[in-house]
Design a protein around this ligand. Structure first.
Ligand code: ATP
Ligand code: MG
Length: 432
């Protein structure tokens, strides 16, 4: 291993010891008698100070010829220096160029020059070197890790289901067809059917964090064509039970990020407020009444438009649930209320800005489910692999799916969903 320490692992108490730091040449300032090289690694900055009088000529030569953003290994002696980042500087004994950078650079990494999102995404590897961008993905890591911990604690087993499938999850047209040998196949829009199969399979509680593909032609700031979905499914729980899991999960994510992500939140200039549980619950009927009172045009049975979502979100002002949806606008697997089949045990979990999650208690009767599939104008034959599992002992079960990017962007107050995914896929963007 070349490196002995990350920049932040070295402290002024190590005065006099020799360390090796690796990173990018962030800044080079030649003041004649003294030359400063600032090296940036994943964790922070190191000031490398070369005194012309005492420095090895070869080392000085290497640094003077260094191009910005080249990768270097610097071995040097730690010297306490209150004015330098992290309270120390390095007096180098050796500087090796490990990866030379051409110039000009595809974009600026210091944050001094603003690049537009397209430029940044075209040079995402370079954009990732900006502390601000990196902070987003360090928080994304914290978020996903805290979700895994939370669900594991609650008895959920992590599964991985196929993304290449033969049938649409919910019917509809929002699918990407692909060629699978001599047959047509699709990229899966949701792990829905497979996670339900695992209820019949006896895993009892499962979760998956994986890609979902939606071929919708939208060009919005909250839609991607490839997104990351956090999904759970649990036996013997009803819609209300899984709503409690969901609100507690959101609270857990916020408090973990607030506690362990302070460094990154500061870099982003974001202060997060942990939402209070329980989240408010309003029925679909109440939701459309609020939207109407705010001047939106909406009929019973319509899905909520973006404008309605915004207007209801503004009135409520915090995370909330919308429950008891019209059966006809929810997928076939949502369970209708027995005494009022025109509404179902489905819910959406909302941030004031947008929908974060959809979930439901599922229909687990084979006969009723088959009927529901036909009622939606779908052919039950295409769902045979799924329906079969309901004929041989299917427990009652419920679940939900949360969009990882939406959870992250709303938590951090980020406007465009493309900011929080490494290589966004949208109508125009397929590379990198
Ligand atoms: P919307 O109406 O906002 O487009 P949806 O109701 O079509 O969302 P669902 O099928 O309910 O989405 O998917 C569950 C969750 O997955 C959503 O609440 C959202 O957080 C996320 N999600 C769905 N589609 C996308 C997408 N195209 N891009 C990003 N996230 C998505
Ligand atoms: Mg939804």
């Amino acid at each position: 291993m070349i490196r002995t320490h990350y920049s932040t692992q070295v402290t002024s108490e190590m005065n006099g010891t020799s360390v090796t730091i690796c990173g990018w040449a962030h800044e080079i300032r030649d003041l004649g008698g003294i030359t400063f090289l600032v090296v940036r690694d994943r964790e922070g900055l190191v000031q490398v100070t070369l005194f012309k009088k005492t420095i090895d000529k070869n080392v000085l030569e290497v640094v003077r010829n260094l191009s910005r953003e080249s990768v270097v290994a610097v071995t040097g002696t730690v010297k306490k220096e209150a004015k330098a980042p992290n309270g120390y500087e390095l007096v180098p004994t050796q500087v090796t160029v490990l990866g030379k950078a051409d110039s000009p650079l595809p974009m600026d990494t210091t944050g001094k020059v603003d690049a537009d999102l397209d430029t940044r995404l075209d040079a995402r590897f370079m954009d990732m070197r900006r502390p601000r961008t990196q902070a987003i993905f360090r928080i994304r890591h914290l978020m996903l890790k805290s979700i895994r911990e939370f669900l594991d604690q609650d008895g959920f087993i992590e599964i991985t289901t196929p993304k290449v499938v033969a049938t649409a999850t919910e019917g509809g047209t929002a699918l990407f067809p692909i060629t699978y040998f001599e047959r047509e196949a699709f990229l899966n829009q949701s792990p829905q059917l497979f996670k339900q199969l695992m209820m019949s399979g006896g895993l009892d509680r499962v979760f998956e964090i994986g890609p979902i593909f939606r071929a919708e032609e939208h060009d919005t700031r909250k839609h991607l064509n490839e997104a990351t979905s956090i999904d759970i499914e649990a036996s013997y729980l009803d819609n209300e039970d899984v709503m409690v899991i969901l609100e507690n999960l959101v609270k857990h994510v916020y408090s973990t990020v607030a506690e362990k992500g302070t460094k990154y939140l500061e870099m982003l200039g974001v202060v997060i407020t942990v939402p209070k549980t329980p989240f408010r619950r309003i029925t679909y009927d109440e939701a459309i009444t609020i939207a109407r009172d705010n001047g939106e045009k909406i009929e019973w049975g319509d899905d909520l438009s973006t404008e309605s979502e915004h207007s209801i979100g503004k009135t409520i002002g915090e995370h909330y649930f919308i429950t008891d949806w019209p059966t006809k606008i929810k997928p076939f697997y949502a369970m209708p209320y027995e005494d009022k089949p025109e509404i179902c045990r489905a819910f959406d979990m909302m941030h004031p800005r947008m929908e974060l999650s959809s979930g439901a208690q599922r229909e687990h009767s084979y006969e009723l489910l088959k009927q529901r599939i036909s009622d939606k104008g779908l052919n039950p034959d295409g769902f045979e692999f799924y329906l079969k599992a309901f004929r041989y002992g299917m427990p009652p079960h419920s679940g939900w799916g949360v969009g990882a990017e939406r959870l992250l962007m709303t938590m951090l107050g980020i406007e465009n969903i493309r900011e929080v995914v490494l290589f966004p896929r949208d109508r125009k963007r397929l590379s990198p």
